[in-house]
Ligand binder design. Sequence first.
Ligand SMILES: Cc1cc2nc3c(=O)[nH]c(=O)nc-3n(C[C@H](O)[C@H](O)[C@H](O)COP(=O)(O)O)c2cc1C
Length: 171
Amino acid sequence: MNGAIFFSTKYGSTAQYAQWIGEATGLPIFNIKDANADLLEYDFLILGSPIIYHKVHNWKWVRANLAEIEEKPIIFFTVSGAPAGQKLDAWIADSLPQHLISKMHHVVLRGRQNPKELSWWDRLMLIIGSMKNPDPVASKEELEGFDFMDKSSIGPIVKWVRQLQLSNMFI
Ligand SMILES: Cc1cc2nc3c(=O)[nH]c(=O)nc-3n(C[C@H](O)[C@H](O)[C@H](O)COP(=O)(O)O)c2cc1C
């Protein structure tokens, strides 16, 4: 079985996770902005996206390619400041079609935000967001940034790929 990793990224942390998954599985990696990324060539997909402003960043691309995506086994990894939980689930439900969510495996990875790297607009929006955020931990992270990058957290994705490849060896 032939799979590939398709990711989007705004500041590089999702690209870093895609790179680590590619190295661990040997699967090819494509930035969805690249013209040479063809979903039809693959039997299963690993899709990766950061959460930006309460939305899955690649949601437009997913919706545009839904017919090709939804017929295949999918792992969808999100990269966010927020940990797994209701808040993250609600942002995903707001971004992606329900029937895709119910069939995909979702893996929550936590990313990095360095205030010095942000565009002036993103910095301003996050300062305002931080002032309005009732959650003191999230508010501090929005203002001061964070680094939760953890290579070992790709483990469930690598395991899923191995299981899928093994199960198909015997069909
Ligand atoms: C402009 C901006 C908006 C963000 N909005 C959210 C958000 O709504 N929820 C969240 O959990 N994390 C949010 N984050 C944190 C990102 O998900 C995190 O920094 C992630 O690692 C970014 O991935 P990237 O480096 O691949 O772009 C935001 C980060 C930025 C820069």
